[in-house]
Design a protein around this ligand. Sequence first.
Ligand SMILES: Cc1cc2nc3c(=O)[nH]c(=O)nc-3n(C[C@H](O)[C@H](O)[C@H](O)COP(=O)(O)O)c2cc1C
Length: 195
Amino acid sequence: MKTLVLYWSYTGNTEAIAKTIYNTVKEEGYPCDLFKIGSESDVDWFDYNLISVGSPVYEWLPPKNVMKYLQDRYHYYRDEKGSVKPCSPKLKGKFAVVFCTYGGPHTGIHEAIPAIKYIEQSFEHLGFSILEPIAVVGGFKVEKLDGRLGWTKELWEKMNKLGKEGDITGRPNENDLNDVKNKTIGIINTIKGLM
Ligand SMILES: Cc1cc2nc3c(=O)[nH]c(=O)nc-3n(C[C@H](O)[C@H](O)[C@H](O)COP(=O)(O)O)c2cc1C
């Protein structure tokens, strides 16, 4: 079972999840590649049995560069490889899991769902079977965000403390990463039973 972990991250939260998934797959004894979107050249999704794709949530969707990457790859497989078929028949031994980090300050987990669904569609259209997504709370990195959107550090701190998910400062924390590790083991066990 060959796994690809593909992610993008601005302030490091999604990267921490990506690295946890990558390390867990390796610890479980399976080959795994890790690429940040933008750094990888033209990695072929079909070389892998499991693709784990991760993104932060920005304005309740993946950031534009992540969407552009997914669209470009989708168009490549559709137009040059003929991989998009009516009814998207499921391919044997091809699975995708989406992970995301989100702050949920206004509407909680509802903010993560459109981003997850958007990413999943890029793979379901190609015939990958979609497994349960992993959504993890990711706090605002105040130092890095100071001045972004014209907001002061104090305003970002407020977003960390007063949102729908409670105080999200410093998340993902050790518990969150441990949870991701356990879920990754669960995903591996699920796929082992299906291949
Ligand atoms: C400009 C900006 C917009 C954001 N928009 C949302 C949003 O709409 N919904 C949400 O749940 N979280 C939002 N967040 C929070 C991020 O999704 C969260 O902090 C995430 O963990 C950042 O991931 P990264 O460190 O991998 O870049 C936003 C953060 C920033 C900086």
